[in-house]
Design a protein around this ligand. Structure first.
Ligand SMILES: NC(=O)c1ccc[n+]([C@@H]2O[C@H](COP(=O)([O-])OP(=O)(O)OC[C@H]3O[C@@H](n4cnc5c(N)ncnc54)[C@H](OP(=O)(O)O)[C@@H]3O)[C@@H](O)[C@H]2O)c1
Length: 268
């Protein structure tokens, strides 16, 4: 890709994206630039990734074809106010700020600027992110492909309508927390069966990773995959019966409903 990709903010999410982009090789290192606030981060990011890191967001904005806002949501307004006179011609502004709406971008960017909203999750830090993208403008196919390819460098990406973002928060943004709880509970149960603690986490986490890949890579319905593990009268169906009796699936569904409801109430 022969475009300059600039990141305003080089914290956890900014660096996860920078790392993915550089590892993927879809752009040359010189085409990735960033900014940060403190000297410590500026030095750390430029040393770690070998990229140019600016202390002045306007210097970055002037050069960026894709300008990715990776500062905290509450900072967006000030940052946009500061840089809006210095956007590169034709730049596409992308925010990853939780709760930042397309309307907010429209209202805080010069008329005619193209923009979109993206919501990645923390596994982006290990290249296994899940990002949702929402748009309310037309993009050329080639441009959209380029945008998607940026997000694919650190995981998967799907386009959704903006009003589905609360559901995305429940199923992707917040869901790593539920999965960590599942892994922790599985490991505790394995320790109860006499396994070493460290091994227990490895067994539990790898089982979750493997099961997730089975769903994604075989395309087989998760119910069918579950059925294949349950031999008649066997051990797995015993566990499945207990999970059903204890309300496992309904607990997950209720939890995600409360998560999406909270997300909806916060964006009002
Ligand atoms: N972390 C996640 O899991 C996650 C997931 C989805 C979306 N997001 C979104 O990603 C955004 C960033 O989150 P984060 O977790 O990466 O935060 P973070 O680690 O605190 O990083 C924020 C970065 O912004 C920089 N910064 C602060 N003020 C700035 C300014 N005026 N100009 C340029 N850079 C500035 C900070 O620089 P210094 O280091 O020098 O202070 C820091 O590098 C948020 O909007 C969040 O909603 C995060």
């Amino acid at each position: 890709m022969n475009k300059t990709i600039g990141f305003i903010g080089s914290g956890n999410m900014g660096q996860a994206m920078i790392n993915g982009l550089l590892e993927s090789g879809i752009v040359d290192k010189e085409m990735v630039i960033a900014s940060a606030k403190t000297e410590g981060t500026i030095n750390q990011v430029s040393e770690r990734y070998g990229i140019k890191v600016y202390s002045d967001n306007n210097e970055l904005a002037k050069r960026s074809d894709y300008l990715i806002l990776a500062v905290k949501p509450y900072m967006h307004q000030d940052v946009l106010e500061d840089i809006k006179g210095n956007l590169k011609k034709g730049a596409i502004v992308i925010t990853v700020g939780a709760g930042i709406t397309l309307d907010f971008l429209k209202n805080n960017l010069p008329e005619g600027t193209r923009y979109l909203k993206a919501m990645p999750n923390t596994p982006a830090m290990v290249g296994e992110g899940m990002t949702a993208i929402a748009v309310d403008q037309e993009f050329e196919n080639e441009e959209m492909e380029e945008i998607l390819s940026i997000f694919r460098t650190f995981g998967r990406v799907e386009i959704v309508e903006e009003n589905k973002m609360d559901g995305v928060t429940a199923v992707a943004g917040s869901s790593p927390a539920y999965v960590y709880m599942l892994i922790e509970a599985m490991a505790d149960a394995a320790v109860l069966q006499g396994l070493q603690r460290k091994q227990a986490y490895t067994f539990a986490a790898q089982a979750v990773l493997g099961a997730a890949r089975m769903v994604l890579e075989t395309g087989i319905h998760p119910g069918e995959l579950k059925d294949k593990v349950c031999s008649p009268g066997g051990t797995t169906i015993e566990a499945v019966t207990t999970l059903e009796r204890e309300g496992f699936r309904s607990a997950v569904m209720e939890a995600m409903k409360s998560c999406a409801d909270k997300s909806r109430s916060m964006s009002k």
